[in-house]
Design a protein around this ligand. Structure first.
Ligand code: NDP
Length: 428
């Protein structure tokens, strides 16, 4: 048993000495011991599971279910046996319902793929269970994501007095929380937002994606989209870029993308005049992506190959490195934040709220790279907010609909510290 497994086992044993009752925190009753079901044992799901194991005062019983059982087994070994595991195809609603009825979790954390969102939400409705995820629904046969499908479940979650929390990763997730924090505690009014995401790391492979390759490539090859003074503007994929000075990294070329939090933030803060999302890509990454696109390897519709229907992008995923395998030799860091412009006491100001995360620190802590870590940790924190009653409600919610302060405090404690700095000017 290695030292990490020892650590997880020690935390697991510690659980037996904790109390399963309600306790009082800040004058409110909080439940501190809870059973959770994590669906998806991939790159980010593994981080969430390990961070839940490391938070025994909240998560007393942790179940992980995923399509490929061997990935659950290897995660269980890594966790020193501190989790229960199950094979599950979450596309089959009845199977998820049966598993939930058997283990009776208070919350299902969906760390599978966006394709499974609606099926898992339906299973939660049928079993009266809270739901949470990190990415919004996307139909498999169309590269299009939108919250509208999941928002349509609001009344049904409300009717059963349960909560569905959408997008508790980093972006979306922490970025929404940063903006809510700025809105409630830093600015009088907010006029413009640029969400900026830089991975300045090096994994040593000629081409690899940092999260699920299929979802990643579908996102990046879509048209760019942003909101500016009353209208949504669409631009061809990766056609607009800007050199952005990332703190602790330096100036990097970032590309304008459409990203899901733009939709929810414009819905909840309709007076914002402009909102954009920027992500860095290396020239090598873009050259590989161009070639793959040009030869048809990023197509999402089936083609006939020797009498067998195969989806080129699914095949490409099978030959690319698994994002969960990248961490060992990954160097460098990520820097993700929100540049927010607004007024404070009548003066226009721009502030940047950001986190910097080092790939090797994540590897040393949970054997993951920083992109999985920055997704998996906020998922654990979102679950914690629901289970201890800090965030509560009936219906379907986005992150910016709750008080940002407790989540921001948890980021500091759970491995994603953040800073706020002043910027001389907004981005052009
Ligand atoms: P991975 O591909 O590494 O992991 C996905 C996991 O889900 C795999 O274990 C996979 O099983 C499992 N899975 C897929 N389909 C099913 C199914 N039908 N039933 C049960 N399990 C299934 O992806 P990542 O961990 O990189 O990403 C996970 C999620 O996180 C994605 O939705 C992604 O979009 C989101 N994400 C969010 C970010 C954010 O900041 N908000 C950032 C990065 C990712 P198998 O092993 O069989 O393939």
């Amino acid at each position: 048993m290695n030292s990490n497994q020892d650590r997880y086992l020690a935390l697991f044993k510690q659980r037996f000495f904790l109390d399963n009752d309600l306790i009082e925190i800040d004058g409110k009753a909080r439940r501190i011991m809870s059973c959770v079901l994590i669906i998806g044992a991939g790159a980010a799901g593994q981080v969430t599971a390990k961070k839940c194991v490391m938070t025994p005062n909240v998560f007393s019983e942790i179940h992980v279910a995923s399509r490929t059982y061997s990935r659950c087994q290897s995660l269980q070994r890594d966790c020193g046996g501190a989790i229960h595991i199950h094979q599950l195809d979450a596309d089959i609603v009845e199977d998820t319902v049966a598993l939930i009825n058997r283990i009776k979790p208070q919350l299902v954390i969906n760390m599978a793929l966006p394709y499974q969102d609606l099926a898992i939400m339906t299973a939660c409705l049928k079993t009266k269970t809270h739901y949470m995820d990190t990415a919004n629904y996307e139909p498999k046969d169309e590269a299009k994501f939108s919250y509208s499908w999941q928002w349509a479940y609001h009344d049904r979650f409300k009717a059963i007095n349960r909560m569905a929390l959408l997008g508790s990763g980093f972006d979306p997730g922490v970025t929404n929380v940063f903006i809510k924090y700025a809105h409630d505690y830093l600015f009088d009014t907010i006029t413009a937002i640029d969400i900026i995401d830089c991975n300045d790391g090096n994994h040593g492979h000629p081409f690899a994606t940092n999260f699920n390759p299929e979802i990643n490539i579908r996102e990046i090859t879509q048209d760019g989209r942003y909101y500016d003074h009353g209208e949504w503007i669409t631009v061809p994929a990766l056609s607009v870029n800007h050199t952005i000075d990332f703190p602790e990294v330096g100036p990097r070329k970032a590309y304008l993308l459409y990203h899901e939090e733009l939709e929810s933030l414009m819905t909840h803060f309709p007076t914002i005049e402009r909102i954009r999302f920027w992500m860095t890509f290396s020239d090598t990454y873009l050259t590989h992506l161009n070639v793959l696109q040009n030869v048809g390897m990023t197509q999402i519709h089936p083609i006939d190959f020797n009498g067998q229907a195969i989806v080129p992008l699914e095949f490409l995923k099978a030959v690319l490195p698994n994002p969960a395998s990248l961490s060992l030799n990954y160097t460098g860091k990520t820097c993700i934040g929100c540049r927010i412009t607004g007024t404070i006491s009548g003066k226009t100001q721009t502030k940047l709220i950001y986190n910097v995360c080092y790939h090797q620190d994540c590897h040393n802590e949970v054997q993951a790279q920083a992109v999985s870590y920055t997704t998996g940790v906020p998922a654990m924190i979102g679950a914690k907010m629901i289970l201890n009653g800090t965030w509560s409600g009936s219906g379907v919610f986005n992150m910016e609909q709750f008080d940002a302060k407790p989540f921001m405090a948890a980021l500091m404690e759970d491995g994603l510290p953040w800073s706020v700095i002043d910027c001389a000017t907004p981005l052009d």
